[in-house]
Design a protein around this ligand. Structure first.
Ligand code: ZN
Length: 305
């Protein structure tokens, strides 16, 4: 999986950073497609400046309905349609998402020509295609807001070709079935159980993408042992009262949440527009003092998971 940050600013955009949108490119869905988490105003422009294509979008997950997280949706959807994309798209988000999308399209005389499904979610399982599972957790924000945990299912271990050769099993089409742990009968009548030749299962990767939130005990579940935790750091450590009063977190609070949840790494994002690049370095230092494996998101930054 690969994370691409298309917007890292909280509230309003700055000249250096756009409002929130995070793309997750998957290699193990049917199309190797892209999922988007939040869609702040101008996200379609950020797509144009990145290697990502709106036509590859399979799913959009909205954390909450604040404008800096959804005002880019109508434009992105209608441009995707005008671009002739016929591939279906599913939108997930809190109650009210359907009204927002349908009303903005209807009032502006707009429509989309691709199949579009809108799913209003609550806490719990959001979707599972057998390869990747997404679960939503409630955040501690001023309106209904969710964080998403994205987990690849474990894959079967590698097939030990050397041992198969040593046991005199000839190469053939049955290798594919053995790889899946199935049992095959060879032409000479021998029965081979693939499970005898598979290594240990390969652990799937996991990512937690938090919506806007003040500190919450839910983060321990949402980010439990994840490979990458993406958490907002709207304000610096000294401004905790202001941040928390508006349902946001500071650098130190995000880093502490990562440490408590046992996340392997933290990417800090969603910085107030008051901070420029130099200030952001200071924010990073505040995080790293608590949780050393912290990276800073900036617009168009990519992270392999
Ligand atoms: Zn918000």
């Amino acid at each position: 999986m690969r994370l691409t940050f298309l917007g890292t600013c909280a509230g309003t955009p700055s000249l250096q950073r756009n409002v929130t949108a995070i793309a997750l490119t998957l290699r193990n869905t049917r199309s190797g497609g892209t999922w988007l988490f939040d869609c702040g105003e101008g996200t379609q422009h950020q797509f144009m400046r990145s290697p990502l294509k709106p036509g590859k979008l399979e799913k959009i997950f909205i954390t909450h309905l604040h404008g800096d997280h959804i005002f880019g949706l109508p434009g992105l959807l209608t441009s995707r349609s005008m671009g002739g994309v016929a591939e279906p798209l599913t939108l997930y988000g809190p109650k009210g998402l359907r009204t927002f999308v349908e009303t903005s399209l209807a009032l502006s005389g707009s429509f989309v020509t691709f199949p579009m499904e809108i799913v209003e979610i609550g806490s719990g399982l959001v979707c599972d295609d057998g390869k990747v599972k997404v679960t939503a957790y409630p955040m501690n924000h001023v309106i209904e807001c969710y964080g998403y945990r994205i987990e690849e299912h474990d894959k079967p271990g590698y097939l030990d070709g050397e041992r198969l050769r040593a046991d005199g099993v000839p190469r053939g089409a049955w290798y594919q079935r053995l790889k899946l742990g199935e049992t095959v009968e060879l032409e000479d009548g021998r029965v081979i159980d693939g499970r005898d030749y598979l290594g240990p299962p390969i652990k799937g990767k996991s990512v937690a993408i938090f919506g806007d939130t003040a500190p919450t005990p839910v983060s321990d579940l949402l980010a439990d042992g994840v490979d990458v935790m993406v958490h907002e750091t709207t304000l610096e450590a000294a401004m905790a009262e202001k941040a928390n009063g508006r349902g946001h977190s500071t650098t130190v609070q995000a880093a502490t949440a990562a440490r408590l949840a046992g996340a392997k790494s933290l990417i800090a994002t969603h910085f107030s527009s008051r901070y420029n690049f130099t200030d952001c370095q200071r924010l990073l230092d505040e995080c790293r003092a608590i949780f050393p494996h912290t990276e800073l998101a900036r617009d168009f930054a990519e992270f392999e998971v």
